[in-house]
Design a protein around this ligand. Structure first.
Ligand SMILES: C[S@@+](CC[C@H](N)C(=O)[O-])C[C@H]1O[C@@H](n2cnc3c(N)ncnc32)[C@H](O)[C@@H]1O
Length: 356
């Protein structure tokens, strides 16, 4: 795996030697962010991200395996001593259940050993209370969720819950950057039941399209394959397994209000669809609500749309709920005002020059 070498210098060999990753999601992390690494293993991605986010940022690694957590926790003070600050923490949990702190559950189990069905039900209740009162990862507390070659290891029936959990812990405007193995064809049942292929990150791989759809189904938008390896990582019985990295944003949910705003999709494609089903034709003034207007100028869409504000800004108190009609266009008179009849002198097209 090709990591930025400057970040590896402070990481002990023991951590780097146990590299089980297939990508490097830390490349999409920024200074000052709070990062959550799912299936952090011995901590390599956390220790890289720790340097990228800097002393103002924070990194949390979650893993369920004691051996991995032991190596990560033992090396955390060494890395902190070398970089001069301590912003990494490892927590024990399952990534499809990020509310349940497995260390706290372990303590509860010691206090209430399970020897009967009644004990089991009581422990189940304790677990539910822990999820609510002392969650492992709080709702809307994370700027970026990253993961490196772990999501495929979660059972297929648990995967929708896993993606919902990623969505839950992210702040509005936050994003997931996930590197994982995907397949170019569905994995047949015989391969899914092969334990060796499971641990080899093969059996649990989603298809290329299934991986993207899992983000869509969880409510993400602006979903993008920021890396797609052309060469397969492994081929089994003719099915190609390759590493991809997907970036996906949280934040399209919320009320829609009419502010008479328009956006113009700049191209180069003739038309595009967003994750809410809005279609934008190149060069056409599209009518959008205030929420979509703001989304289209930031994050994944930045630089693709020209925003057009009404001449008379509308206050939040005046704004009515936006009636979303797919493909609706904004007539220029709606932006300028129906009575607008100004005539002006020709402006300069380029600084210091004239147009015609
Ligand atoms: C292939 S290793 C990847 C480790 C690390 N991300 C890296 O880049 O080296 C998978 C890791 O995910 C952890 N893991 C697998 N399934 C998990 C789950 N459901 N919840 C939490 N951790 C899990 C394993 O314990 C292991 O540390």
């Amino acid at each position: 795996m090709e990591y930025d070498r400057k970040y590896l210098e402070v990481i002990p060999d023991e951590v780097i030697e146990k590299d089980y990753g297939c990508g490097d999601p830390s490349k999409w992390v920024h200074a000052g962010e709070t990062v959550l690494d799912l299936g952090s293993g011995t901590g390599k991605i956390c220790f890289i991200a720790s340097q990228v986010v800097g002393a103002e940022g924070k990194v949390i690694g979650v893993d369920m395996t004691d051996d991995m957590l032991e190596v990560a926790n033992r090396n955390a003070p060494i890395v902190a001593g070398r970089i001069g600050y301590d912003n990494v923490e490892f927590r024990k949990g399952r990534i499809q259940d990020l509310a349940l702190d497995l260390n706290l559950l372990g303590q509860a189990l010691e206090a209430h050993p399970v020897a009967s069905a009644t004990d089991f039900l009581q422990l189940d209740e304790i677990a539910e209370e822990l999820r609510i009162k002392q969650p492992l990862v709080m709702t809307e507390s994370i700027d970026v969720v990253v993961s490196n070659c772990v999501l495929n290891l979660v059972e297929p029936e648990q995967k929708p819950k896993l993606f919902r959990e990623i969505f839950r812990v992210l702040k509005m405007g936050g994003r997931a950057v996930i590197s994982d193995i995907v397949s170019d064809e569905p994995v047949p049942a015989a391969m899914r039941e092969d334990a060796h292929l499971w641990s080899g990150c093969i059996s649990g791989a989603l298809t290329e399209q299934g991986f993207l759809k899992a983000f869509e189904d969880a409510g993400f938008y602006g979903i993008e394959l920021v890396k797609f390896e052309t060469q397969p990582w492994q081929t089994v019985e003719g099915i190609e397994f390759r590493s991809v990295t997907v970036q996906a944003y949280k934040g399209k949910q919320g009320p829609c209000f009419e502010h008479n705003q328009a956006v113009v999709y700049q191209g180069p494609f003739k038309s595009v669809l967003d994750d809410d089903g809005h279609r934008f034709d190149r060069g056409v003034r599209a009518a959008v609500c205030d929420k979509t207007f703001n989304l289209l100028q930031s994050g994944p869409y930045a630089g693709h749309f020209t925003p057009i504000q009404p001449l008379e800004p509308m206050s939040a108190a005046q704004a009515q709920p936006f009636v979303c009609v797919p493909g609706a266009r904004r007539h220029p008179k709606e932006t300028k005002g129906q009575d607008y009849d100004a005539t002006t002198e020709a402006g300069n097209c380029i600084e210091g020059g004239e147009c015609c």
